[in-house]
Design a protein around this ligand. Structure first.
Ligand code: FES
Ligand code: FE2
Length: 409
């Protein structure tokens, strides 16, 4: 295939061949920033990270740097671009903290915790017509919370957050009710991993029971050596009917390890134990194991991933420590799991996708296509545990958004 032919081939065929271009083409990446991250609700913070007036954290909506801040005047939450209205310097350098104001280090312009411009050094230099009230930090188009999860959007004309979350809401409710209904907190903050590959590789890997027993073989071997028994993982992925992947619509997807409801209600599950599902909220939020995961695309081939262990509200020191140590065993930077995924799921896939002259420059996402069941009423698609239902779920939504104002085909 010539490079012209390649650039005209479909991004995703009806056989679910997904073009390698979507992982490495910087034009497509730029399009994603406007058409995907610019047109959806993007998770930025949990309310427990900014409980008091003056608390703030910095975050990204796509590549847009923002400050999520709780006002020290009235406790309201603002999401503002982290960009001084004078000459553009980022006004906040910290990942989180508490302050009644943000003072730009360059020339000292100072903003309140809700973004009002409250101080301009030597302001007589701007003349009488200078209007401080119109020179505050710019706010994003809208901010809404659902059960403590704060989302922001750059789009002024999209559905409200509850509608956007759709069938994924019941799973977020389950997580919000953990901790014997006292609620959860993310007060240990995050640890961060960086890989040199496309952000969508992490989304695809988050709900992928198919890979686990291969990529994480050494972890399963360790468990076997400790317990004397093989992990039931492989058997469950192949044959357990209660293990199922679901396309919830709107790009959201879940893999259930068992039914929600009486046997697995939120109150019966201790925080720090596995949540009985993995969940992807389109485009960049996920819940895996016992943590919240946030994916931040930095460029077409650089991705940051933040992992926040989920803690019960007001956890004592012992509980906190146990949960954090459990988290580190698999997900920590010296742990057994994330390191496997970075090497095998991200680095090696990125290396393989460099074979751009392959006549078959696509990834195959067709697994289980013929056996997925579509619920006529809800539109929810259900497949077997190892099927690529969650991957198709996010790609359907992704493609819809890319094509909405599309000049890439
Ligand atoms: S760029 Fe912020 S005060 Fe000048
Ligand atoms: Fe993995």
């Amino acid at each position: 295939m010539t490079s012209t032919e390649r650039s005209k081939s479909p991004l995703i065929t009806d056989k679910w061949q997904v073009s390698g271009r979507i992982y490495r083409d910087s034009t497509i990446f730029e399009k994603e920033m406007t058409s995907v991250f610019g047109r959806t609700w993007v998770y930025v913070a949990h309310e427990s990270e900014i409980p008091s007036g003056g608390d703030y954290k910095t975050a990204y909506i796509g590549q847009q740097p923002v400050i999520v801040s709780r006002s020290s005047d009235d406790n309201s939450i603002s999401v503002m671009f982290n960009r001084c209205r004078h000459r553009g310097s980022a006004v906040c350098q910290q990942e989180f903290g508490n302050s009644n104001f943000f003072r730009c280090a360059y020339h000292g312009w100072t903003y309140s915790s809700s973004g009002r411009l409250i101080g301009v050094p030597f302001d007589d230099g701007y003349g009488e017509s200078f209007d401080k009230t119109s020179m505050g930090l710019s706010h994003v188009a809208a901010v809404q919370s659902y059960r403590g999860f704060i989302f922001a959007t750059l789009a002024g004309d999209i559905d409200d957050l509850e509608t956007y979350l759709g069938h994924a809401r019941q799973y977020l409710d389950f997580i919000a009710d953990l901790g014997n209904s006292e609620g959860i907190e993310l007060t240990s903050h995050a640890h961060k991993l960086v890989y040199h590959g496309n952000w969508k590789l992490q989304i695809e890997n988050t709900i992928d029971p198919y890979h686990f027993s291969f990529t994480h073989q050494s972890w399963l071997d360790i468990l076997k050596a400790r317990s004397g028994k093989s992990s039931p993982w492989v058997k469950n992925v192949r044959t357990n009917d209660e293990w199922r992947g679901m396309d919830l619509g709107g790009g959201h997807a879940v893999h259930e390890f068992g039914k929600l409801g009486a046997e697995a209600d939120a109150h019966g599950i201790a925080i720090g134990e596995l949540i009985p599902f993995n969940l992807n909220i389109f485009p960049s939020l996920a819940f895996v194991g016992a943590h919240l995961r946030l994916v931040v695309p930095r460029s077409v081939n650089e991705t940051w991933v933040y992992l926040y262990p989920i803690l019960p509200k007001g956890a004592d020191e012992e509980t906190r420590t146990r949960i954090l140590r459990d988290h580190e065993i698999f997900y920590g930077s010296a742990g057994f799991g994330s390191t496997d995924d970075i090497e095998v799921g991200f680095d090696r896939v990125t290396a393989g996708l460099e074979a751009t002259d392959s006549p078959e420059d696509w990834a195959l996402m067709a697994r289980g296509l013929d056996r997925e069941i579509v619920d006529e009423e809800t539109g929810i698609r259900t497949g077997r545990s190892s099927d690529e239902v969650p991957q198709r779920a996010y790609l359907r939504r992704w493609l819809g958004l890319i094509e909405e104002n599309n000049d890439i085909n």
